[in-house]
Structure formats: C-alpha cells, structure tokens
Design a protein around this ligand. Structure first.
Ligand SMILES: Nc1ncnc2c1ncn2[C@@H]1O[C@H](COP(=O)(O)OP(=O)(O)OP(=O)(O)O)[C@@H](O)[C@H]1O
Length: 233
C-alpha cells in the first residue's frame, strides 16, 4: 500500500522556484491504478515519488509503512519503476545479461541468477531471446525487456511511466496483455486511455493536483471536461 500525505513538490529555487505538485493526499491500494492528465500536469513527478526517485519537498510518501525519505532502500525493493524510454534502462549487451544485472550484489548463486533471469524473460515472452543483442530488439521488445529487468527483482508494486508511448498498436497491445497478467499491484501513467478499461481506479492529475479520483470511465470523462474547460481543444 502506498500512502501520500500532504505531498508537494517544487523544482528550482529563489525566483526560479516552481511548484509542480500541490498538497496531494491519497492512499493507493487497488491492484490496477491509472494516472492520466495533460502534458506537464505532474503525472511523472507523481509516479517518481512512489519509489523515491523523487522526494517530496513537503509531506510524506510511504510504501508498506516505509518512508521514501528515510527508508529508500526498503522502498526501492518493493517498488519497481519502468521509464518511458527503455533505452535509458538497458545497460548490458545481451537480453539475458541485462535482466541478470538487476540481481547483482544480492549474494545469489549463478544458478539462482540464471533461473530467475529465465523466469523473468518467460513472463514477458522473451525466453527465446536471452542471447540476443539488447540494442537490436524492436521498440516493443525493448519495453518488454525493461519490464523483465524490473520483474526479476521481484517488486511487489510496479510503477510504469507511459510504457506504450513509443509503440505501435501491436506492441502496445502486447505490453498491455503482459501488464494485465502481472500478479503485482500496478500504477500506470499513460496517455493511452484504452489501457485503463480494465483498471480498478484512475487518478486525473491537473495543474499539479488530483483533479479526479474514481473509476476509469468517470476519470476519462473528468479529464475530457477539464481539457474542455481550459479551452485547450
Ligand atoms: N527535474 C525537473 N526539474 C525542473 N522541472 C521539472 C523537473 N521534472 C519535471 N519538471 C516540471 O514539472 C512539471 C510536471 O512534469 P511531469 O513530467 O511530472 O509532467 P507529466 O504530466 O508527466 O507530463 P508529460 O505527459 O508531458 O510526460 C513540468 O512543467 C516539468 O517541466
């Protein structure tokens, strides 16, 4: 369970200080939660708070009772994060090595690392690509690899920041299908409103605040209404 209490985030300082999230309090415990909203509204900042990639300027964020400021290590063990651009996450030459890399410094035997790597690749449908050069994968396969590299660390919560933005329809469907089968709690930032159809809950972020919180269909309607009210369409 993720809890945010009175969370605000500012970037810059002095005359350059800019608040991008404003007094957010929310408890996230459903299995599938979407975050939607306009460009620059604060969605990624909100997502990054959830595993301590970004720390609140004021207020607190906790995961299963562990505070992201005080207990960063415990939080990162529980919350895996996938970035929009998988290239920024792929580190090693081959697919298998890249997934195994996440298990370094855990004191696991070679056999355990190999078994967990194979299992993570199986989960995302890349089991036959272990020896393939990671940079030669397609965009969709790279997204799946980035997901496997997070899954191998066995997080109980996954935060995915726009995992289908770079993908064509076929690959985004493949990612959506994999996400749907994951046993973990998933918090998904997306502009692809179709992805939320089967979700339990969706938050609409608007101007750094949670503008709406409820069912995905009501959230999409609230998002459309907010954009219309802004005169942006
Ligand atoms: N590290 C940073 N330093 C300064 N400003 C930042 C930083 N990260 C984000 N911002 C600003 O915070 C605001 C919210 O950004 P954020 O990436 O959270 O929005 P978003 O809703 O995810 O947008 P998008 O849909 O375009 O990805 C933007 O105005 C952005 O420029």
């Amino acid at each position: 369970m993720i809890e945010l209490h009175g969370v605000s985030v500012a970037f810059g300082d002095g005359a350059q200080l800019r608040w991008v999230l404003d007094d957010i309090s929310v408890v996230l415990c459903e299995q599938r939660i979407g975050i939607i909203g306009a460009n620059g509204s604060g969605k990624s900042s909100l997502a990054r708070l959830l595993n301590g990639l970004l720390l609140p300027t004021s207020g607190t964020v906790s995961v299963d009772g562990f505070d992201t400021k005080r207990d960063g290590r415990e939080v990162r063990r529980r919350v895996g994060f996938c970035f929009t651009d998988p290239d920024s996450q792929i580190i090693m030459p081959t697919v298998g090595e890249d997934v195994a890399f996440g298990l370094g410094r855990r004191g696991l035997s070679k056999a355990e690392i190999a078994a967990r790597t194979a299992d993570a690749l199986e989960q995302v449908g890349l089991a036959d690509r272990a020896d393939h050069p990671a940079h030669l994968l397609s965009g969709g396969q790279k997204q799946l690899l980035a997901l496997a590299a997070v899954l191998v660390t066995e997080p109980s919560i996954l935060v995915l920041d726009e995992p289908t933005t770079l993908l064509d329809l076929r690959n985004s469907r493949a990612i959506a299908a994999r996400i749907a089968r994951l046993p973990q709690q998933v918090v998904l930032v997306t502009h692809d409103l179709d992805l939320l159809r089967t979700f339990d809950r969706a938050l609409v972020v608007h101007d750094g605040r949670i503008h709406f919180d409820g069912s995905p269909s009501d959230a999409i309607a609230a998002y459309r209404a907010a954009i219309d009210a802004d005169g942006a369409l």
